[in-house]
Design a protein around this ligand. Structure first.
Ligand SMILES: *Cc1c(COP(=O)(O)O)cnc(C)c1O
Length: 233
């Protein structure tokens, strides 16, 4: 089996095992292949393993790949920093944006989402460890913004996303993910049944097991599928 297909099989096994370890249904956990900096040939190999969800960080790079793979049944997720002058392309070419970190970005995506595509799926990025170097809402600011964004008609607020401070310690990893899970519960108490958040976008190559133990529904895996990236980004 080619390497990327092999890696996807291995990561899928890790997801299944982690779900089994905490009594969850592995079918609740979606694997996103993070293909940033990777060529289209790598994406095609992943498609050969049945992978259909891909996540990208850099808009122009992503748009080029999306154009090259037009006609394939793929679901594209944007997970990188989003500047307000780039929201139109994001709203027109992606199914999901995981990295909404300001109300203004959400409002622009709402205004620019083509109606024919249906509502754009959104996660709010949370700066879960309050790191100055990371974007995202601080926990205390989240609830009022979430309620405003949930009311925007061309967006569907699905959940929360976080990139915790890197740690090799399983319990520390769990602590950060637990905070995100608590925040989702808190927001859900203020939303109607039809609006409740069903998504926790958390867990990467090095911490997906801890994320799944805390309720992750989407893991974003780059390195363990495609190999180490040239520059660490
Ligand atoms: C790069 C990236 C990933 C993937 O990280 P790996 O450690 O390579 O699995 C996941 N999420 C975000 C937001 C990223 O930027």
């Amino acid at each position: 089996m080619p390497k990327i297909e092999n890696n996807i099989a291995d990561v899928s096994k890790r997801i299944d095992q982690s779900a089994a370890d905490c009594g969850r249904d592995p079918g609740e956990i979606l694997l996103l292949a993070v293909s940033k900096t990777r060529p289209v040939e790598d994406i095609r190999q992943a498609m050969g393993a049945g992978q259909t969800h891909f996540a990208e960080n850099y808009l122009q790079e992503a748009l080029d790949k999306i154009a090259q793979l037009e006609g394939e049944s793929l679901c594209w997720h944007f997970i990188g920093p989003l500047q307000s002058n780039k929201t139109r392309n994001a709203a027109e070419h992606f199914s999901w944006i995981h990295s909404v970190d300001r109300l203004k970005i959400a409002q622009r995506l709402n205004d620019q989402r083509p109606e024919s595509l249906g509502p754009l799926n959104i996660c709010l990025q949370v700066n879960i460890d309050n790191e100055p170097s990371k974007s995202g809402f601080v926990a205390e600011a989240l609830l009022p913004v979430a309620l405003q964004i949930a009311a925007l008609p061309n967006l569907r607020l699905r959940g929360l996303m976080a990139i915790p401070r890197g740690s090799n310690n399983f319990q520390e990893q769990q602590t950060a993910f637990h905070k995100l899970s608590q925040l989702r519960q808190q927001i859900n108490q203020s939303l109607d049944n039809s609006e409740k958040l069903d998504t926790l976008s958390m867990g990467m190559s090095g911490d997906l097991e801890a994320a799944i133990s805390q309720g992750s529904t989407m893991v974003r895996v780059g390195t363990d599928i495609f190999g180490k990236r040239e520059q660490q980004q």
